[in-house]
Design a protein around this ligand. Structure first.
Ligand code: PCA
Length: 321
């Protein structure tokens, strides 16, 4: 073989290697259904990446690839390269993961943005320690309480079996005198149908996803907190991409974060109206119930700081609490 032929062969092999490396197929796992605004946002995120890079991403929705509690581990072990989780569902791992679930600590989208910016670095560090990279985070609409019977006073939930989705909502239920059971979003209709739970806290968006009107009558729009989802990637997989593809993903993520906050605000309006259109009674919680929830929030913030320590105290100061 001539020198030239060898050089040509090497170049060919290298370019084949190069395109094999960039034309990868990835999987992404999310716990939420196709119609949910988070999922719609992810689809746009993926479209933007696929339009600008050879990377191909298959999205597995509605916990079809991995159940929510398995997604972080699943991305660490590269069963999927990308994942979306409800961050606070991992709140037992680290208090930083559940600060967004303390009732009335940072209610509403504006406070939520402040809280995210103040906690982002600490959360990113936790992900890095786990071999993961945070790409973006989007909040759920405000959280409200769904009941079968009217909830005029705080004791209405006494002894009621209550669907929780993380440690914080379980604690909230407990402090309301209810009996919490953790149920994943994808399993809500079944849990109500089989009588495992008869009340819950979640957004109007998840109420619509689970067709709450089939099993509860009342939605009390307390807007107690805007707990967040995080979209993240396996760090090794990400670092294995060429710099240009990495850049495209980072930029698409930044856009998805801003778009997602707006989509969440829009979903809050649309899905709250939808609950009413489907025949549910949508109401503000009574002053007594609000007072009780706010007091519970204060207690939970104290409990949280006791666990989160100096870092937690500094975070609350940073958001003016
Ligand atoms: N939906 C998710 C988390 C918060 C929300 O609005 C759920 O209910 O599991």
């Amino acid at each position: 073989m001539t020198k030239r032929a060898v050089a040509f062969g090497v170049a060919l092999a290298l370019s084949a290697l190069g395109s094999a490396a960039s034309a990868q197929s990835w999987n992404m796992a999310t716990p939420y259904p196709d119609t949910n605004f988070h999922t719609q946002n992810i689809k746009m995120f993926i479209e933007e990446i696929e339009a600008a890079t050879p990377l191909r991403i298959t999205l597995h929705t509605n916990a079809s690839l991995l159940r929510m509690p398995e997604i972080m581990r699943g991305v660490q072990t590269r069963q999927a390269q990308l994942g979306e989780i409800l961050l606070s569902a991992y709140g037992n791992d680290d208090p930083m993961f559940r600060v967004d679930s303390i009732p009335f600590l940072a209610p509403g989208f504006v406070n939520g943005i402040k809280l995210w910016h103040a906690s982002r670095e600490a959360i990113e560090q936790r992900f890095e320690d786990r071999g993961l990279i945070v790409l973006y985070s989007v909040p759920w609409p405000g959280q409200g309480i769904y009941t079968k019977e009217p909830m005029a006073t705080p004791d209405a939930l006494n002894g009621v079996s209550f669907r929780a989705y993380n440690a914080a909502t379980a604690r909230l239920a407990e402090l309301m005198g209810a009996i919490p059971t953790t149920v994943q979003a994808a399993e809500i209709p079944q849990a109500f149908a089989t009588g495992i739970v008869s009340a819950m806290i979640t957004s109007a968006a998840t109420g619509v996803d689970s067709q709450a009107w089939d099993f509860v009558q009342y939605y009390y729009n307390t807007r107690a907190m805007n707990t967040r989802n995080v979209v993240f990637v396996n760090a090794q997989a990400f670092n294995g991409l060429d710099a240009e593809t990495q850049q495209v993903i980072r930029e698409a993520a930044a856009r998805a974060e801003i778009r997602g906050w707006m989509m969440s605000a829009e979903a809050e309006e649309l899905t709250t109206s939808r609950l009413a259109e489907e025949g549910m009674t949508v109401a503000n919680a009574s002053p007594e119930v609000m007072e009780a929830l706010i007091a519970i929030g204060t207690q939970m913030a104290e409990e949280w700081v006791a666990e989160a320590g100096d870092e937690g105290r500094a975070l609350l100061e940073a958001i003016g609490r």
